[in-house]
Structure formats: structure tokens, C-alpha cells
Design a protein around this ligand. Structure first.
Ligand code: DAH
Length: 357
């Protein structure tokens, strides 16, 4: 028995890998292993012999089993050590090729817009991309029969058969974040809400997913004049020009009254857009004074509070500012395009440091 013990304990200590260890396990304590066969011989012994040999064999089997599992753990530790040694990576080294990653124009413009409005005291709010038709339509004073619902080419989520609840939808605009923010925060409130929106539409200037930023300012004494000033400041800061004329054109949105679409002054000399000069006009956003019903639907008293809202297409103003001709390229993930139109990853847009340096 001592011989058996020495043989296996030495062999286990010397085993080079898990396969060798498994072989040893089978030949020692496996069903037909040497020690198991010895145990079978117990039956042929006298009771006195058995009383000595039985516990000794069991102890030997235990000793070998624990040697096996200790060695197995040691082998695994050594393998891990080896991997850690060979796959070691110094993450504190400076990047070698900064061109590799760039900030997408959508992210860049979202940051630029946020920096501008943060400076005017707006905070950034978010809402879900999958929403109910209450938040996307009804609460915004767009009832079921309203043509705006059809115009917006809404994507509806699938429902389980027999489920008659109103379906969830992909939000068609960021305006539902107005409702959610007023519900959560009440008035006064000043927020912008950038994010993804969805409509079933696809051509050079439309993609099924695109981006908007919503603005909302509610207080006791906010007027159309405040809206105009805010948007002028925004357009000047965003297009990085000292002067720009805005044109407020009467329009209609169910969630604002009165409503205005806003055009910016521009020129198209030699096919290059210049904002703030020339005598062309370019529509860039929708806006207005928030409809009393919208305030009411959000739990804000329209007898006390009033304010303005606006909605801008982020992709659209990104195309205009950075001269990007085709909207679809935004979402192609073409590395050459990203290298051309992308922004340095460590340059945060700020008003003091410059938005688009
Ligand atoms: N939600 C509108 C759209 O998607 C944009 C819009 C227009 C938002 C006027 C507003 C607004 O907040 O006042 O076309």
C-alpha cells in the first residue's frame, strides 16, 4: 500500500497537464483503477484483515483524490498566470493612432446643441424611444382622427394575438418628452430633449431613424419674444456667426398656439451654404407657444403657466453646418466617411473653447 501511495503521489506531483492528471485518476481510483481493484479484494479477507485493510484503503483513496484536486487547481492557476503574462496589456499607454476613432457628426452636433442651451439654463431630459400613443399623440393634442398621425408614418409594435390594448409605437418625434418632463417636474421648467425618432420613410433626405432635439420653457411670464431671442442666440452660436436674420412664418402644430416655422437667412454661392448672409431662406425648425391643453394633459395649470416649445432636426442642422449632402450616409458606418466627417474624440464642444474646432 505504501508503494502504491508513493507511486501515485509522485506521479500526480509530476503531471504536466490536465489530461495526464485525468489518466492518473482513471488508473488509480477509476472504476477499474488499481485502488478500486484492491478494494474488491476486501471481500476475500478475514474480518480481522478487513478491519485493518478497509480503513487504510479508504484513507489512501481519499489522499489520492485530494492530491488530484489540489494538483488540478494548481494547474489551472498556472494556466491563468501564463495567460495573464502573455496577454498582458498596458492600458495606460497613450493611443498610437488617434485617427482610428472619431466622434460621429450626430453626437458632435448633439453635444454642441446641449452646450448652447445649457448656457441658457436648459437641462437635458430623456424619454423612451418606444412609447404609447397617449404620450406621442393624444397628450400633445393630436387626436385619433388627426391627419398628423397618418402624415408621420408611424411604426407600430407587434401585439400578441387577442391583445386589444393600444399598441406601443416608436416615437415619431421628441415632443412626448415635453409631457413626461412636465409630469415629472412640474413648472417652471426649462429642458431640451435630444434623441432618436422613427418614421417609415426613406430617400436622400429621410431615413427611418433620425434625430431631433425638443426644447421647452414654461414659467409664469414667458412670451413669444423669449422664444425668438432664444432661437436667435441658438442659431448664431450653432452656426458660429455674429449676425443672422430669422424669419418666423405662421404655421400649424396641434401642440402649439400660435405656431411658427423658423427660417434662417442664407446664401448658396457656388453651391456652398453660408448662414447669416445673402437673401435666401432655409427652414430649420418648428416652434410655438405650448397649447393650454398640452399643459393641462401634463398636470400644469394653463391659467398660471405658459411657455414655448420647439423641435429641430439634428441630422438636418448637422448636414447644413458641415456640408454633408446625403442623410443616408450618416447611418452607413462607412469608415472613410466617418474619417472625413468625424470629429477628434478628445475635443469636447464648449462655448468658451469653441464648438467645432
Ligand atoms: N414635433 C414636431 C415634428 O416632429 C416638431 C415641433 C414643432 C416640435 C413645433 C415642437 C413645436 O415642440 O413647437 O415635426
Amino acid at each position: 500500500m505504501q508503494e502504491l501511495r508513493d507511486k501515485y503521489i509522485t506521479a500526480i506531483a509530476d503531471a504536466a497537464d490536465e489530461a495526464a492528471l485525468e489518466n492518473l485518476r482513471v488508473t488509480a481510483v477509476g472504476k477499474k483503477g488499481e485502488i478500486s481493484l484492491k478494494m474488491r479484494e476486501l471481500g476475500k479477507m478475514t474480518p480481522e484483515e478487513r478491519q485493518v485493510a478497509g480503513p487504510a484503503l479508504n484513507a489512501l483513496k481519499d489522499e489520492i483524490n485530494s492530491a488530484l484536486s489540489a494538483k488540478k487547481a494548481a494547474l489551472a492557476d498556472a494556466a491563468l498566470e501564463e495567460r495573464l503574462r502573455s496577454e498582458w496589456l498596458d492600458v495606460t499607454l497613450p493611443a498610437r493612432d488617434m485617427r482610428r476613432g472619431s466622434i460621429h457628426p450626430i453626437s458632435q452636433v448633439t453635444e454642441e446643441v446641449s452646450a448652447i442651451f445649457a448656457d441658457m439654463g436648459f437641462s437635458v431630459a430623456e424619454g423612451p424611444q418606444i412609447d404609447s400613443d397617449w404620450y406621442v399623440f393624444d397628450a400633445l393634442n393630436i387626436p385619433g382622427h388627426h391627419p398628423a398621425r397618418a402624415e408621420m408614418d408611424t411604426f407600430y409594435m407587434n401585439r400578441a394575438e387577442g391583445d386589444n390594448r393600444p399598441p406601443h409605437i416608436l416615437r415619431t418625434h421628441t415632443s412626448p418628452v415635453q409631457i413626461r418632463s412636465m409630469e415629472a417636474q412640474g413648472a417652471p421648467i426649462r429642458i431640451i430633449a435630444p434623441g432618436r425618432v422613427y418614421r417609415a420613410d426613406y430617400d436622400q433626405t429621410h431615413t427611418p431613424m433620425f434625430h431631433q432635439v425638443e426644447g421647452l420653457a414654461i414659467d409664469k411670464d414667458i412670451s413669444m419674444a423669449n422664444l425668438k431671442w432664444c432661437l436667435e442666440e441658438f442659431v448664431k452660436a450653432f452656426f458660429e456667426v455674429d449676425h443672422v436674420e430669422l424669419r418666423f412664418r405662421a404655421s400649424h402644430f396641434p401642440f402649439t398656439e400660435p405656431s411658427a416655422e423658423v427660417d434662417i437667412q442664407c446664401s448658396w454661392e457656388g453651391g456652398v451654404l453660408k448662414v447669416g448672409e445673402g437673401d435666401d431662406w432655409l427652414e430649420i425648425l418648428g416652434s410655438g407657444m405650448v397649447h393650454p391643453k398640452v399643459l393641462q394633459n401634463s398636470g400644469v395649470d394653463p391659467e398660471v403657466y405658459q411657455g414655448f416649445a420647439f423641435g429641430v432636426g439634428i441630422d438636418r442642422i448637422a448636414m447644413l453646418k458641415y456640408g454633408i449632402p446625403d442623410l443616408r450616409a450618416f447611418f452607413d458606418s462607412d469608415l472613410r466617411w466617418l474619417r472625413h466627417y468625424g470629429f477628434a474624440s478628445l475635443d469636447q464642444p464648449t462655448l468658451h473653447g469653441g464648438l467645432s474646432r
